[in-house]
Design a protein around this ligand. Sequence first.
Ligand code: G
Ligand code: G
Ligand code: MN
Ligand code: NA
Length: 253
Amino acid sequence: LNIERQLRQDLERQQGFYLVFQPKVDLQNNRVVGMEALVRWRNEELGEVLPTRFIPIAESSGLIVPLGQWILQAACSQLKQWQESTGAQFKVAVNLSGRQLTQPDLLPVVASVLQDTGLEGESLELELTESMLMETVEKTVVLLSQLKQLGISLAIDDFGTGYSSLSYLKRFPIDTLKIDRSFVRDLEADRDDEAIIEAIIAMAGSLKMQVVAEGVETELQFDFLRSRGADLYQGFLFSEPVPASEFARRFLA
Ligand code: G
Ligand code: G
Ligand code: MN
Ligand code: NA
C-alpha cells in the first residue's frame, strides 16, 4: 500500500507531519483557555493527505504508535514554548487512538515526554473515546489512574456516539465530556438533540465533570449551550484548527 509506505518513510525521516491547533473557549467570557492539537500530513508524492484518510491506515498498520508519540511530543513542546513566551498557563489536548492505549509502554512514554519537554502534567489533557474505554475495563481503570497521578486530565471525545454504560463511566477517572458535534449540529432543527445535550450537561454536573461542546458553528448553538451551562466550546464559530504561528498571532498576542 503506497500510503502506508509513505507514512512509514516520513515517520522514519521525521518529515511531513505538523500540528494544527483549535482553541477551546470559555462559554461565559469567550476567553481561550486551551487548544486541541490535530495532526496534519503533507507528503512529497501524495501532497496533503486528510487525517480521515491516513489515521485509519496508521492505526491498522501500527504506525499510529510512533506517530502518536511524535504528536504528543510536538504538542507538549509547542505548549511549553507558548507558556514561556506568554506567561499564561493553558492546557493542550491530544487525541489518543485505541492502539496507543493498549501499548504496554504508554505510561512511561507520556512520562518521558513531560520530562523532556518540561511541561507539567496539569497542562496536558488526553482525549479518549468511549469504545476505547470499554475494551478492557479493569486494565484501563488502572492505566487512567496512573496517568492522572502525573497530573494529566482525561476527556471522553465524541461523547454520546459510543456504547459506554453510565455505570462504567463512573468507574473511570474522567474529568471532561466532549459532546459530539452531531448533537450540536442539529440543535436548531431537532428537539431531541436539545434534550440529549441537556441530559449530558446534567449528568456531567452530578458526576463533577466538565462539559465541552464540539462543532459549534452558529450563534444560536452558542447561546443554547451557554444558557444550559456547558463550560467550554470548540468550533468554526470561534475558529477552525490553525497552524501554530497563526494560533500564536490570533490568540496569544
Ligand atoms: O482534524 P480533523 O477534524 O480533520 O480530524 C479528522 C479525524 O482525524 C478526527 O476525528 C480524529 O479522529 C482524527 N485525528 C486528527 N488528529 C488526530 C491526532 O492527532 N491523533 C489521532 N489519534 N487522531 C487524530
Ligand atoms: O474526532 P475529533 O473531535 O478529535 O476531531 C476534531 C475534528 O472536528 C477536526 O477535524 C476539526 O477540523 C473538526 N471540527 C472542529 N470544529 C468544527 C466545526 O465547527 N464544524 C465541523 N463540521 N467540524 C469541526
Ligand atoms: Mn478530539
Ligand atoms: Na470529537
